[in-house]
Design a protein. Structure first.
Length: 220
């Protein structure tokens, strides 16, 4: 069984956390695409969804699911999103799809964050996946120098602009043993919009799809 099947199983398992007549927060990426498709197929009665990206907004609307602005939706009971890596504390690296800022905003506005992924995403130490950092364009070089000083190898994501009009530096070569500390340090660099560490607001539940089914992981 490949990663695609693991993603599908995890996405379908997340439906159990969705309550009818609520507004659900929806992330971005290939696993979330499967969740959106499964949500539409189940024909649940929802008030709508808050989307973290233009791509997810288009997919939701293509299924006839109303997309609601977070400012009018208020506090959400549930946010469902994928991850590029997760440790056993459910601290994550996200942003491979470039939607990290909006994902972090919607996650912070939600009571429960259910993360869906295939089993390969669970790691002992974060950092093998390059850490995305969203940066205001004029600060790109300044921020890159700071990232080098912190021990990383930043690379500009070529030909990519975020939904917010910014650029992304993908930081290679990090072994992130203190995710909370690094998340705060990076966010304090002038010009950084946010970074892909979700440690201050980790996931509450991790659903891992694998050949043996779906395994629920709670934070240690």
């Amino acid at each position: 069984m490949g990663q695609d099947e693991g993603k599908r199983l995890a996405a379908e398992a997340a439906l159990e956390y969705v309550e009818e007549d609520t507004i659900v927060g929806v992330g971005t990426g290939s696993t979330v695409d499967r969740f959106i498709d499964a949500l539409a197929a189940k024909r649940m009665k929802l008030q709508g969804a808050v989307s973290s990206s233009e791509a997810s907004t288009q997919r939701l609307r293509s299924h006839g699911i109303d997309v609601v602005d977070l400012n009018s939706a208020g506090r959400l009971s549930l946010y469902v999103d994928g991850a590029d890596e997760s440790n056993r504390f459910l601290q994550l690296i996200k942003g491979g799809g470039g939607a990290l800022t909006r994902e972090k905003i919607v996650a912070s506005a939600s009571d429960r964050f259910v993360c869906i992924a295939d089993e390969s995403k669970l790691v002992d130490v974060l950092g093998a996946f390059p850490l995305p950092v969203e940066v205001i364009p004029m600060a790109r070089s300044t921020v890159a120098r700071e990232l080098v000083r912190l021990g990383g190898r930043p690379e500009l994501r070529q030909g990519f602009t975020t939904d917010n009009g910014n650029v992304i530096l993908d930081v290679h070569g990090l072994s992130i043993t203190e995710p909370l500390k690094l998340e705060q340090t990076l966010n304090n660099i002038p010009g950084v919009v946010t970074n892909g560490l979700f440690a201050l607001r980790p996931a509450d539940v991790l659903l891992l799809g694998s050949a043996s089914g779906v395994r629920r992981v709670d934070p240690e």
